[in-house]
Design a binder for this molecule. Structure first.
Ligand code: NAD
Length: 270
């Protein structure tokens, strides 16, 4: 059921690779809620992803942009304003990639070139996006930027390797830039800390399936789905959350504040 919460708003959605992507669900939901959007992804992702199907479904255009490239991002914000006919009201940063994870390299043996690449793609890209948007004055007052993160930024999850440190940086950029953008233009910047979700990036992590089941058994509400995450994004892009900024918001069915569940206790019964 749609509520027209984003009627007349213009947004940019990054990171929709295929129908499992969290960004895919967000693109669908924000369109249902009345927003007009532009989709973007890395030029290389265009070749093996399904983004054009999503563009057709949401009646949106696709602008390729490598999120590490300031020129690409400048083009993205300029063209999006042209296509959508005005300044941007919301941006979803849904970009994550670690070469160390892809290559199964243990955390203590991290390759530093890969580490730097992960930082650039998954954290610094948010800074670059916000900085480009600010320089171009591309956002409307009370605009909203949401980036997706994971709780490994606060607590250790050994399989998450360098992405844990990278997500901590992403959350820090959210606070630091959120301050400046709030002061300058009342633009708010938040992260959503999402449950494990079965996507290309998620399932690329070693032992993901086992951990997904563990998190589901620990969380009183179970794992939050990509669809539920998209609903949460809609609220943060809407005018109903105007005073929320610089926050890391857990969207995890209660996982982050649960010590143990009865299901897990049962497995250790003597
Ligand atoms: N899946 C999970 O369990 C989970 C949990 C918490 C947070 N997240 C976060 O959600 C976000 C979205 O991931 P997802 O799970 O939907 O997986 P996904 O693989 O569908 O999305 C990741 C996206 O990042 C894009 N990307 C990679 N490099 C890029 C670059 N240089 N420029 C532009 N785009 C680039 C990919 O093309 C892809 O579309 C990520 O930040 C991820 O860390 C995922």
């Amino acid at each position: 059921m749609a509520y027209n919460l984003l009627k007349g708003k213009r947004g940019i959605i990054t990171g929709a690779l295929d129908a499992n992507s969290i960004a895919w669900k967000v693109a669908e939901k924000v369109s249902e809620e009345g927003a007009s959007i532009v989709l973007t992804n890395a030029p290389i992702a265009m070749r093996f992803g399904d983004i054009n199907k999503l563009a057709e479904k949401t009646k949106s255009q696709v602008i390729p942009a490598d999120a590490t490239d300031v020129d690409d991002l400048t083009n993205l914000f300029n063209k999006s304003q042209e296509i959508l006919g005005g300044k941007i009201d919301f941006v979803l940063h849904s970009i994550g990639m670690s070469v160390n994870i892809r290559k199964n390299i243990p955390y203590v043996e991290s390759n530093y070139d890969y580490f730097m690449k992960g930082i650039d793609v998954s954290a610094m890209s948010l800074h670059k996006m916000l900085s480009v948007a600010m320089k171009l004055d591309a956002m409307n007052e009370w605009g909203s930027v949401v980036a997706l993160t994971y709780m490994a930024a606060q607590r250790t999850f050994p399989f998450y390797t360098d992405m844990a440190d990278i997500k901590a940086m992403l959350e820090s950029i959210t606070r630091s830039f959120g301050y400046h953008y709030g002061k300058q233009k009342k633009v708010r910047v938040n992260t959503i800390s999402q449950s494990p979700t079965k996507t290309t990036a998620g399932t690329g992590i070693k032992g993901f399936e086992d951990f997904f089941n563990y998190a589901d058994a620990l969380s009183p509400l179970g794992n939050a789905s990509a669809d539920a995450c998209a609903d949460y994004c809609v609220t943060l892009f809407s005018d109903l959350t105007k005073m929320v900024t610089m926050q890391n918001l857990y969207h995890d069915g209660g996982y982050s504040f649960t010590g143990v569940s009865s299901e897990i206790m049962q497995k250790f019964q003597s």
